[in-house]
Design a protein. Structure first.
Length: 202
């Protein structure tokens, strides 16, 4: 199992920059508020387990320092941007990117965005803290693959420990839109043109 999040982001920018801020330069609380702990408990997940996996409450000023403001339309930036933050880490524990579930879902285009990614952050794999670096070298390990951070956390806490053999859990963000292949127009042998997906997923 390869570590797709191995290279941590190292750029440091202001909140409206197209590049995300460096996590290590910020002083974050790294814990969940009572409001967010209650919300996670309703999902059947232990908030303390989530905190160990890099899940924490991000205040409005923290999300702006991290660069989430740049991913919003200008008229949405006046609203509060606090919410639940997910720190994506490599299997070695290095910080990679952030995702946010804002308390107030902002409009991006004509739809409400339940989750936000920072402008400039590529799609990454979410590893609960129980999916360790040692998982990479275990060729017999069982892998649970799911969409989203909360589903990955639920599997890691509630299902993986009961599995009959060693199990790693990974979560993919935005399966419907976060991971994609390039579209190109090609000409078929009959002369008709059509769009096709080419290249690797990114």
């Amino acid at each position: 199992m390869e570590d797709a999040n191995a290279a941590p982001i190292s750029s440091t920018q202001n909140p409206t920059s197209s590049k995300p801020a460096e996590t290590s330069a910020l002083q974050l609380h790294r814990s969940l508020s009572n409001l967010h702990r209650d919300a996670i408990l309703k999902r059947g997940i232990d908030p303390s387990f989530c905190e160990l996996s890099g899940v924490c409450t991000l205040a409005d000023n923290e999300t702006r320092q991290l660069g989430f403001e740049a991913s919003l339309p200008v008229d949405e930036r006046k609203h509060g941007l606090q919410g639940i933050g997910f720190e994506y880490r490599s299997l070695r524990g290095e910080a990679s990117i952030w995702r946010l579930r804002p308390d107030r879902a902002p409009f991006v285009g004509d739809k409400k965005a339940k989750y936000l990614s920072r402008k400039g952050d590529p799609p990454m794999i979410f590893f609960p803290h129980t999916t360790s670096h040692e998982s990479q070298s275990n060729t017999k390990i069982q892998v649970f693959l799911t969409e989203g951070e909360f589903k990955a956390l639920a599997l890691a806490q509630l299902v993986a420990p009961k599995a009959s053999r060693a199990t790693a859990v990974i979560g993919l963000q935005g399966v419907n839109g976060g991971w994609m292949r390039d579209s190109v127009v090609v000409e078929n042998p009959d002369g008709k043109r059509e769009k096709k997906k080419v290249g690797g997923i990114h």
